[in-house]
Design a protein around this ligand. Structure first.
Ligand code: NAD
Length: 447
């Protein structure tokens, strides 16, 4: 990491292709695949936008990164050390904002990449935030609730200098939830000596959470699906859907689509998937998952329902595919087999750049994550606004605001892709880059 940071930007006039080689050593990029992938998209878009290298270069680097060790007393009395991260990619447009994920394979490269995606996401939907992300290497499935609480509280204490309502505001992501946010808020408040609801979003309603936040990411995906269907003339009443992932995002997307009366032929989670040609009863599956001790789809049985693997789900012949589980699900290995007409990315980074290229050549439309799953951060912003002003809005107001922002952002990205003749992903990145570079230029380069 250090080697590439030491190589500072020099020549203002050369192309981004030449400049980027001078600025990141190949060993850094080899060790940081996800970040390198993000940069490759960003560089392409910066080139297409024709930005000045000096304006752009600082945005290729995360502003601040913290790795912490988290000693935790386990239920059996012994101490186990966990590793955690918080990365702030950019605070150019406002306080850093981004989720916290718990996963046994989370690493700095992943967190750094997701932090950058948050910068671009907040800029696409034009809310006054920068980007951040956090992660703790642990498997929540193997931890008791008390162990999870102790990990969360110690992690919060370790990253305390970085977070705060005006500095960096965590939120739920993979394997974290409203309860985890409640523990963070309480720990932070205990250190401060007074209650600070605005330090996290996605909290329980009882301690300052916003109505509509739990469903916000899924609802934003639904608004996005409506928009792309309108543009491409897809009749959603006749369309078929497949949704990968049945958690906070995928589970809600599937439920909202089902409540609209749409036909979801397949869903899956980490345990595998299920398929029914004339449409699954999503409420029945949701109830099953809620009551199943593992909280997974595995073991679900109903008439006409067939099992299928995650790989089979991704390559089903459907109109709209919604990957809502995790990153790198559609790769160069399976992109050629995708049969969906439209992919709406609900997870972060579910399609690798190589796969993106293949899908684009095959004229499969991809609505990018930084646009389609931004509903979560939009309502996080609304929660933070309510916290700061001690207000409590009703759900209708929150959902109306979310709809307005999602539709406006979609339209802006759509117009830019038409104007520049680029993909929707490129247009979203170009819009985000343009806004962030403008903000940086106005602020100037400190000192
Ligand atoms: P979650 O932990 O609630 O759910 C994840 C789901 O994916 C679960 O159903 C899990 O079983 C499934 N899954 C995990 N590994 C899988 C695999 N290898 N194959 C198939 N399914 C698998 O997490 P979430 O909050 O729903 O997040 C899902 C994705 O959406 C992540 O990429 C996250 O970064 C992104 N995202 C989340 C939010 C949010 O508000 N929670 C907002 C924007 C983006």
């Amino acid at each position: 990491m250090d080697t590439q940071y030491r190589q500072l930007e020099q020549n203002g006039g050369e192309s981004i292709e030449i400049q980027k080689k001078q600025n990141y050593s190949s060993s850094f990029l080899e060790q940081n695949h996800s970040y390198a992938n993000m940069l490759s998209i960003l560089d392409t878009c910066a080139e297409k936008l024709g930005v000045c290298w000096d304006d752009y270069a600082p945005l290729r680097y995360p502003e601040r990164e913290l790795t912490v060790s988290i000693p935790v007393e386990m239920d059996d009395g012994h101490i186990k050390i966990f590793v955690g991260y918080r990365v702030q990619h950019s605070s150019v447009r406002g306080p850093c904002k981004g989720g916290l994920r718990y996963s046994s394979d989370v690493d700095l490269d992943e967190v750094r990449t997701l932090a950058a995606l948050m910068t671009w996401k907040c800029a696409v939907v034009n809310i006054p935030y920068g980007g951040a992300k956090g992660g703790v290497q642990c498997d929540p499935g193997e931890l008791s609730s008390r162990e999870l609480m102790r990990i969360t509280r110690r992690y919060t204490a370790m990253i305390l200098p970085l977070i705060g309502p005006q500095k960096d505001v965590p939120a739920p992501d993979m394997n974290t939830n409203a309860q985890v946010m409640g523990w963070i808020m309480d720990t932070y408040s205990m250190f401060k000596g007074f209650t600070v609801p605005g330090v996290v979003t996605g909290k329980p309603i009882e301690i300052g959470g916003s109505l509509g936040r739990e469903e916000a990411t899924g609802r934003g995906v639904l608004f996005t699906i409506n928009q792309i269907a309108l543009k491409k003339g897809v009749d959603l009443r006749r369309a078929s859907f497949a949704v990968q992932g049945f958690g906070k995002v995928g589970g809600i997307v599937a439920r909202l689509l089902y409540q609209e009366g749409y036909r979801i032929v397949a869903i899956s989670d980490v345990s595998g998937g299920i398929y029914k040609e004339d449409g699954l009863d999503i409420m029945d599956v949701s109830n099953y998952v809620k009551e199943n001790p593992s909280h997974l789809i595995e073991g679900y049985r109903a008439e006409g329902v067939l099992p299928l693997t995650n790989q089979e789900l991704l390559t089903l012949e459907v109109d709209i595919l919604v990957p809502a589980a995790r990153e790198n699900q559609i790769t160069e290995d399976n992109a050629g087999d995708i049969k969906a007409r439209i992919i709406v990315e609900a997870a972060n980074g579910p399609i690798t750049p190589e796969a993106d290229q293949i899908l684009s050549e095959r004229s499969i439309i991809v609505v990018p994550d930084i646009l389609s799953n931004a509903g979560g951060v939009v309502v996080s912003y609304l929660e933070w606004v309510q916290n700061i002003q001690s207000l409590m809005w009703d759900e209708r107001k929150v959902n109306a605001f979310l709809r307005k922002i999602m539709e406006r952002s979609f339209q802006e990205v759509w117009e830019l892709q038409e104007q520049k003749q680029v993909t929707l992903r490129e247009a979203a990145y170009m819009l985000a880059l343009d806004r962030t570079i403008k903000a940086r230029k106005i602020r100037g380069n400190f000192p």
